[in-house]
Design a protein around this ligand. Structure first.
Ligand code: TYD
Length: 210
């Protein structure tokens, strides 16, 4: 049995993240390592119910309420799905994780960074991804269907800038587990870059650092 690995996809709305999660899942399945795929908010029955509360356009809530709800959904998926899967040696692909809350609720909505970091620490119990892939795109495609996507252009610009700052922060702290992938070319091009980043992790030595 292989070692469990947590691979996270991050990025602003409309950068094609979910497409890449699907392509990597197909590749892993074909390679005989059927992954566990989760999305946030969601991934568990309670998480999906929280997702409805968070994304319904008519819901109005304070930024900290929103942060706590994202944190609650994350705790559920970490405890009920991700940790058991990793303990089983599975590869887990997560469509968003802790960086989303920093990018959206801190940089986008102005919740103090230490509060977001505290909620993330509670939610994950310190579980860190083995690899985070941050996707960027010159012209993200927004469908404007949910409460987060309907925020103004300034909010989305701050989120994108937030991801850039977080990527620099991770690089300057020699955090080798974060890779930024700029969308140049079609989805297949990006998928090839994703595989380049993921392959060493699956073949690499050493256990995971929980
Ligand atoms: P979703 O439809 O999954 O968007 P995407 O396909 O872009 O991931 O909706 C999730 C929305 O919730 C998205 O706008 C990002 C936002 N979000 C936060 O604001 N904070 C978070 O911690 C997470 C996980 C998501």
């Amino acid at each position: 049995m292989g070692r469990g690995r947590l691979i996270v996809f991050e990025g602003a709305d409309g950068v094609g993240k979910s497409t890449q999660v699907g392509l990597l899942a197909d590749w892993l399945a074909a390679a005989g390592r059927e992954p566990v795929v989760v999305r946030e908010p969601g991934g568990t029955p309670v998480g999906e119910a929280i997702r409805q509360v968070l994304l319904q356009p008519e819901h109005v809530m304070a930024p900290l309420t929103e942060t706590l709800l994202f944190g609650a959904a994350r705790h559920e998926v970490v405890e009920r799905v991700i940790r058991p899967a990793l303990a089983d040696g599975r590869v887990v692909l997560a469509d968003r994780f802790t960086l989303s809350t920093v990018a959206y609720q801190h940089f986008g909505a102005g919740v103090p960074r230490e509060r977001v970091d505290t909620v993330n620490a509670w939610a994950t119990g310190g579980l860190q991804p083995d690899l985070t892939l941050v996707l960027t795109a010159p012209t993200p495609r927004l469908t404007l269907q949910d409460r987060m996507e309907q925020r103004d252009a300034g909010f989305h610009a701050r989120v994108r800038e937030g991801y850039e700052m977080l990527s620099r922060e991770h690089c300057s702290s020699r955090h080798h587990r974060l890779v930024v992938l700029a969308q140049a070319g079609d989805a297949a091009h990006v998928a090839a870059a994703v595989l380049d980043a993921v392959r060493p992790l699956l073949e690499g030595e050493g256990g995971r650092r929980a």
